[in-house]
Every structure is written in structure tokens, then in C-alpha cells.
Design a binder for this molecule. Structure first.
Ligand code: G3I
Length: 398
């Protein structure tokens, strides 16, 4: 026994000294300058790696059980490992920015294309994230055949209802148990004084089309949460009409769990009091509230939303192509701080979803003017956190 133990010790000694001699041999061939370069390379790798990124506070951890923190993504973003890691580490809920919309899921009648949306769902499952479904019915990004004849004439109510039911049933059943909530109808309320927006669905079915969509969604999955989603429905000019619609859905005996306030904000508009009043109104009416598409646009706008700007005006309205100046960066951080304080004051606000991950992804690079360099989110174009992230984290911590 003693002999065996002695041999083992000798063997270990030989192994370790041969390791030392290998290192010595390498060191003899490497100049000091090369060693210095190697150290720099290792340091750079560390700084760019997940280790260094780990020092960035993770929103999903900071928010704990209190609030779900989401982001909108495209499946192609998952091809980039750094982007995928950022999404998984920061957020615990995803929305498909485009790939669950009607034109993405059923481009031609009866032909469902779930691959890209399924990829997002699989990613979410692999990283313990929830999925917020967006959206079963919208007047944009919906194939014309759903509600119109080839010449544009509205389909009969019966055929349009059949198409709507087939779409909603096919989609909701496919994602049953995988999607936590559905934005059943998106942006049905008009910005003008009339109630509902004039859309192909309204023209073909009539003004109960919103109710029918909620009915079909609940039939397809009685367990999934159903949301009405829209922009500016917290604002004074639109709020009453939105409350009328959601209470009408509920009064018809249909399931509706809450409202999705999109939250496409600017630095100063709408002001905090108006947003607070809006959330309070839904809470008072007994609805849950989700902030479903949050971003803060720091770029100037000449007119209102959708202003038709000429190319020369566009030049003047794209002032931050080389980056956001410190003072605007600070204003952005302060605005996010104000918004999160406001949201967290309401226990009924159960989720906040950002509309995009980094500034490079944002739809606001192309709205209301195409091709601008916008900076509305918490991560810059390289995926680095901005001061706004820290201000959100501070509010979550406190
Ligand atoms: O898929 C086509 C692609 O085939 C084509 O090559 C490319 C060329 O422009 O366009 C691609 O479609 C684009 C699509 O996003 C997918 O990337 C459309 O042009 C573009 O208009 C579309 O924009 C989306 C927009 O909804 C559509 O109205 C934005 O990414 C998306 O962020 C935005 O999201 C909406 C919410 O769903 C509802 N609330 C408002 C919000 C912002 O508009």
C-alpha cells in the first residue's frame, strides 16, 4: 500500500513538472510585447463578454414577482447570440413584434405559417419567459382576403365572421398553453369623435366585430387572458370611448381581463398626470392594466403623428445621428424614472413591455419619418445599457 501511494505521489510530481516545462517552453518563445498583447486580448474579451455584461443589472431580477418586464422581438434577432443573451438576461416576457400578426400567421386562406412565431415561443420557454400574444385582429398587417373581396368590396357578414373565427381559432389553439395573454383586438378605436375606426372588419361585420373576436378567442382557449390593446387610450381625448368599448365587451358577458396601454411616449407628452388619470380610470372600472409597447421618442416632431415630411425637413429633424447628447440622455432617464414610479404606484399594472430591445431595432427609426436615428429604448445600438436603464432599476429597487 505504502509503495503504491509513493508511486502515485511520484507520478503526480512528474505530471506537474512536465506541465511547468511546457509553460516554460512556451514562455521562451513569446516576447514580452506578445504577452502584453495577449493580456489586452483577454481583457477585451472579458469586457465584451457576458461576464462584464453581468454587471448590468438585470431588469427581470430587479422587478421580481411584482412586475413582468417584457420586450418585443423578431425571430431573426435570435440568430445573434449576443442579442439573444441580452434578451434572455433582461426580460421575462416576450411579444412577437410582427410575427404573430394575421398576415404573418395566415397569409393565404387556410395556410397557417407558424414557424417564426414558434421559434420565439421556444426561445421563451427555454429561458423561463412568458409570451404575450400580439395580435389576433388589427387593421394593419392583416391580409385583405379576411374581410374583403378581391376588388376591395366588403365580404358578407357571414363569410367575414367565418374567416375571423377560423383565424382566431387556428391561432389561439395552436398556442394554447404557450401564450399567457392575447391582444385580441388592436387599435379599434378612432382618433376622431366617432367610436370605432373605419376598418375592413367593421365594414364587413358591423360594430360588434370586436365582441365577436373576444368570443372566438375565449372559445378557442378558455384559460388564456384576453386584452384590448390600443395607443393613447389613457389620454383624455380617447379614454372615455375606450372605457365604453371595454365595458361593453364585459357587459355582453364576454371574458376581458384588461387593457393594454401601448405607451408610445415622447419626452414630455403626455404628461404624468394625464397618464395617471388614465390608468386610474381603468382600475376604477375593474380592469387590469398592462403597458404593452413602451418607448420614449426623444426626437423632435414637426407635426402630429404621421406628419408627411419632405426630405429637406427630414434633414433638420434628425439631430442625433452621432449619438444622444448627455443632456437628452439625462432627460430620457428622468422620463423613464417618472413613468416607472407612476406604473408601480398601481398594483393593477402587472406588466411593462418595451417595444424593442435596442435602439437599432426600434420602429421609431422609421416613424413618423423614415430613416432617422432614434434612441427611445434602454439599450443603445451596440446593446450597451443607457442611463435610462439605471433609472428604471433604481425605481424597481426602491
Ligand atoms: O416583412 C417585410 C419584408 O418582407 C420587407 O422586405 C420589408 C421592407 O420594408 O418590410 C417588411 O415588413 C415590415 C414589417 O414591419 C416587418 O419588419 C413593414 O415594412 C413595416 O411597416 C412593419 O412595421 C411594423 C409596424 O407595426 C407595422 O405597422 C413595426 O415593425 C412594428 O414595430 C409595429 O408595431 C406596432 C404594433 O404592432 C401596434 N402598435 C403600434 C406599433 C408601432 O407601429
Amino acid at each position: 500500500m505504502a509503495q503504491k501511494a509513493k508511486r502515485r505521489v511520484e507520478q503526480r510530481w512528474m505530471d506537474s513538472t512536465s506541465g511547468v516545462s511546457v509553460v516554460n517552453a512556451v514562455m521562451e518563445r513569446v516576447s514580452q510585447m506578445q504577452l502584453f498583447q495577449l493580456c489586452l486580448l483577454l481583457l477585451g474579451t472579458f469586457v465584451c463578454s457576458g461576464l462584464a455584461r453581468g454587471e448590468i443589472p438585470a431588469l427581470r431580477e430587479e422587478s421580481g414577482e411584482r412586475l413582468m418586464i417584457g420586450t418585443a422581438i423578431m425571430s431573426s434577432q435570435l440568430d445573434d447570440p449576443a442579442r439573444a443573451a441580452l434578451i434572455a438576461s433582461q426580460f421575462n416576457c416576450v411579444t412577437a413584434e410582427n410575427e404573430m400578426k394575421p398576415d404573418a400567421l395566415q397569409p393565404t386562406p387556410g395556410h397557417f405559417t407558424f414557424e417564426r412565431a414558434d421559434r420565439i415561443v421556444a426561445f421563451a420557454e427555454a429561458h423561463q419567459m412568458k409570451v404575450a400574444g400580439h395580435t389576433l385582429l388589427w387593421h394593419h398587417q392583416s391580409p385583405a382576403w379576411l374581410f374583403q373581396e378581391p376588388g376591395g368590396k366588403p365580404l358578407s357578414r357571414e363569410i367575414a365572421l367565418n374567416n375571423l373565427k377560423a383565424h382566431i381559432t387556428g391561432v389561439v389553439r395552436h398556442f394554447k398553453g404557450k401564450v399567457k395573454s392575447w391582444d385580441v383586438v388592436n387599435e379599434a378605436i378612432s382618433d376622431g369623435p366617432e367610436g370605432l375606426r373605419d376598418t375592413p372588419a367593421l365594414r364587413a361585420i358591423g360594430d360588434d366585430y370586436v365582441l365577436k373576436a373576444f368570443e372566438f378567442a375565449h372559445e378557442a382557449d378558455p384559460d388564456v387572458e384576453l386584452i384590448y390593446n390600443d395607443y393613447n387610450i389613457e389620454c383624455d381625448y380617447k379614454r372615455d370611448r375606450a372605457i365604453k368599448l371595454v365595458t361593453r365587451i364585459r357587459a355582453a358577458g364576454l371574458r376581458i381581463d384588461g387593457v393594454g396601454i401601448q405607451g408610445h411616449y415622447r419626452l414630455e407628452h403626455p404628461n404624468a398626470d394625464e397618464i395617471r388619470r388614465g390608468i386610474q380610470a381603468y382600475v376604477d372600472a375593474g380592469f387590469k392594466v398592462m403597458i404593452t409597447e413602451l418607448d420614449v421618442d426623444p426626437l423632435p416632431r414637426k407635426g402630429g403623428e404621421g406628419a408627411d415630411l419632405s426630405a429637406s425637413e427630414r434633414e433638420g429633424l434628425d439631430p442625433f445621428r452621432d449619438g444622444l447628447p448627455v443632456e437628452v440622455q439625462t432627460q430620457l432617464a428622468q422620463r423613464y424614472e417618472e413613468l416607472f414610479k407612476l406604473f408601480l404606484a398601481f398594483p393593477q399594472v402587472s406588466r411593462v413591455t418595451f417595444w424593442g430591445v435596442t435602439d437599432a431595432d426600434s420602429w421609431l427609426n422609421n416613424f413618423p419619418v423614415k430613416g432617422r436615428t432614434n434612441h427611445p429604448l434602454l439599450f443603445d445600438r451596440q446593446g450597451n445599457s443607457k442611463p435610462a436603464l439605471q433609472s428604471v432599476v433604481n425605481v424597481l429597487r426602491n
